[in-house]
Structure formats: C-alpha cells, structure tokens
Design a protein. Structure first.
Length: 112
C-alpha cells in the first residue's frame, strides 16, 4: 500500500519545531552533562525523523543490515545512542501519545 507523503506534512510541521524547542530548552539546564545529553539526543532524533520523512517521500532504503562503511557518521551515532538508551532505560517515561485536542475528559491514570 503506497503512502501519501503529504499526509504527514502537518505532523512533521509540529514535530520538527518541537524537537528544536526541546533542544533550545536544553541550554537552560544547570547540569552540564544533562545539557549536553539532551542537546545530543534531540539532534539525533531530528536526524532519524528527517530520514523517516525522506523514506516516506520515496528515498531508497538502506536495507536491514548494518554496514558501518556505508552509514553516515550521524546515522551510526544515532543508532548507537538509541541502542544504549533502550538497554539502560527500560522504565516508562510518563509521556503519552495521542491527540493534542482535549475532549474535556481527563484520561484515567494507568499507574497503580
């Protein structure tokens, strides 16, 4: 099933500026290590989402295998960091995914 890439333009229009906003907020963090990590994470996320956008617009895939000689430094850095994040931080983040529109009803908490 073919995907209409323009169907995601509005979403990317919100997502990419949001990532920029989070990266800008990182500058206000007091902890230098946290500031550096958040800045790096947002840069890596932006690279991944831009690649997703390219793929939706018809760019050729790079295949399932990892080949360090073909991968750009940005993509290999992003992949390595993402692997570390998933290995070391399996706990829930408390963030939710869903509509930004409120229907006036507060969602029920899933926490005990």
């Amino acid at each position: 099933m073919a995907t209409n890439p323009s169907a995601f333009d509005k979403d990317f229009g919100y997502l990419l500026p949001f990532l920029d906003k989070v990266a800008a907020a990182a500058a206000g963090l007091e902890d230098p290590q946290a500031r550096e990590e958040l800045t790096r994470l947002m840069a890596e996320e932006k690279v991944r989402w831009e690649r997703a956008r390219e793929l939706l617009r018809g760019a050729s895939g790079k295949g399932g295998g990892r080949s360090d000689d073909r991968a750009s430094p940005e993509s290999s850095l992003a992949r390595a960091s993402a692997d570390d994040v998933h290995r070391t931080a399996p706990s829930p983040s408390g963030l939710t995914v869903g509509s930004l529109k409120s229907d006036g009803v507060a969602p029920k908490s899933r926490r005990p």
